[in-house]
Write a protein that binds this ligand. Structure first.
Ligand code: MN
Length: 195
């Protein structure tokens, strides 16, 4: 079973994340940050990774710790659920349009965290959500998930559309990367023999 549960507790946040890599995209995500829940739902729905997330953070300060720490916990859960990565495709990429927005994500489940973030979000807020937190989320996901993650926005006018396209493109790329490759189901996809 490629599943994992991570619980993570600090003075700032209390988070639990349960993932099933071989799911159907079923989700139940409650972080107290409405727009972020909407994005996490996209991440699950389009990766087909079942996702149950509960986060209680210091939202009286702002959304920063909650968003970042949820990214950390999802990354840790991915690492745990992937195990030694036998049989996975490892790489994934997706060019995803959403109205005015066109976002490209390319990723490698390499255990080498690296984020390229070439995304300009024109407005500082989406509702009450600080758009600068979108990069913080993907930075945490990359670092703690051991993901080489490139995200480039090729076009976009509306920050909600650009952000949503980013989450959806990463989700589609992740779906591909975590999938088992039936042509090489018994091997770790690296000439090093380990990932
Ligand atoms: Mn939306």
């Amino acid at each position: 079973m490629r599943t994992a549960t991570i619980t993570r507790q600090t003075a700032e946040t209390s988070i639990s994340v349960t993932l099933d890599l071989d799911g159907t995209g079923a989700y139940d995500n409650q972080t107290g940050v409405g727009f972020f829940d909407h994005m996490l739902d996209q991440l699950s729905r389009h990766s087909l990774i079942d996702m149950t997330i509960r986060a209680e953070g210091d939202l009286h300060i702002d959304d920063h710790h909650t968003v970042e720490d949820t990214g950390i916990a999802i990354g840790q859960a991915l690492v745990q659920a992937l195990g030694n990565k036998t049989g996975i495709r490892r790489y994934g990429a997706c060019l995803l349009p959403m109205d005015d927005a066109l976002v490209r994500a390319a990723l490698d489940l390499s255990a080498r965290p690296f984020l390229i973030w070439n995304v300009d979000l024109p407005s500082p807020k989406i509702g009450t959500f600080d758009t600068e937190l979108v990069r913080e989320f993907f930075q945490a996901l990359s670092t703690h998930g051991g993901i080489t993650l490139h995200i480039d926005a090729l076009h976009g006018l509306n920050s909600h559309h650009i952000t949503e396209a980013a989450f959806k493109s990463v989700a589609r790329a992740l779906r591909e990367a975590v999938e088992l490759d039936p042509r090489k189901a018994d091997a770790i996809p690296s000439t090093k023999g380990a990932l």
